[in-house]
Design a protein around this ligand. Sequence first.
Ligand SMILES: [Zn+2]
Ligand SMILES: [Zn+2]
Ligand SMILES: [Zn+2]
Ligand SMILES: [Zn+2]
Length: 396
Amino acid sequence: PISTVRVLTAAQASVIPHRSLRCLLAMSYFHSSYTFSIEGSTRTFHHRWRMAGRVYECDACGTTCDVRAAYSQHWSSVGRTHCSAEQRTQLKTIEEQRINNFILCNERNRSTNEFLLDAGIQAIPQLLRLLFHDAARLHFRLSFYVRALNETDFLFCSSELAIEHHLDISETVDVLFLMLLEKIEAYMYACYPTRAAEYSVKRIKIYVRRELNRTESVSTRNAPTKCILPLQYRVKHATAAPSAQAVSASVVADANLYCFRICARTQELYVVPYQLGKCPSNACDSEVQRAQQTWDRIGCGAHYIQLESIDGAQQQLLEISNITRFLRTDEEDHVHTCVQCKANFTQRTKFQLHKALDCGRGFEVLQLDSDNLEIYEHCLQMRCDNYKWPLFGIIE
Ligand SMILES: [Zn+2]
Ligand SMILES: [Zn+2]
Ligand SMILES: [Zn+2]
Ligand SMILES: [Zn+2]
């Protein structure tokens, strides 16, 4: 029996205590499957996950098509939120003014949970996606302005991390949030053991340094700037590389093509078929049919993953050499333990990011003077439809 999971509204989110907010951000307990079912002349794509013995069907990922339609049809209507014209103008100003620091502010009448939830899932990932335009990688760190119950102000700063692929943004922000919240809670518990949870987060400072793609030149067409898979695929040693020769249109027409998708509910990254190879011989018709139903089995022909730019434009086709490993989702609930700090992780990507952040050892806590005032004389006002909170770029 499949039941649909209810999406948490902002109002509901505001009543969750900090600890479960952390769980919500962690999303570490999902065991997802991505399958197609055929009924009559309709083919339906399902994203389902198992949690505490129950199966939930995702209401954001599911799509339906005519059974004869190409698989790509399933993904044509659903898109990520791309940047608006307003944001493109902001990006120009950010470049001209060389802005590296941004401040996201909570508002007077809103709770810390509501602010953190939206900042971690929407506002900060959106900002990073904007800054990933024309960038090869982002160097990124976060600082939380925290007020303890006795009105003392603290600044909790993460260390710096590089984001190599725009599809790693959500997960990286997740991990930084988790580690900062852990630091804050441990610190508050040490200072105010009985009322440790009564802190509020007033502002978040986001530092981003963009490492730009080399300027477009004639040679770029032959030598692509970068061909890197998202972290989740890098950690499972899935290998995909540009072909030695340019892939001809006829090869592409017969090949198996796949593309990445991100679930809007669970933030999971997964691969779906874009086109499954038409086998030229009749000999393996049954094989192909089987491959099309349980599509994550090896079919005929070559396999390519399509990489897309942040704006959804096709960037590159990488040939996948180990398709089984590439498509396999981690099913076993294998726990990875950090040898340094004994922290446990159920997801390899989170563990990898934790290690890249050196278990949080470089994180800092500063106590701010009570008369601490930060004045920024020149700011770029960035609040718009994509950011529901006051957001400023600091012009230095
Ligand atoms: Zn864009
Ligand atoms: Zn989904
Ligand atoms: Zn065949
Ligand atoms: Zn560790």
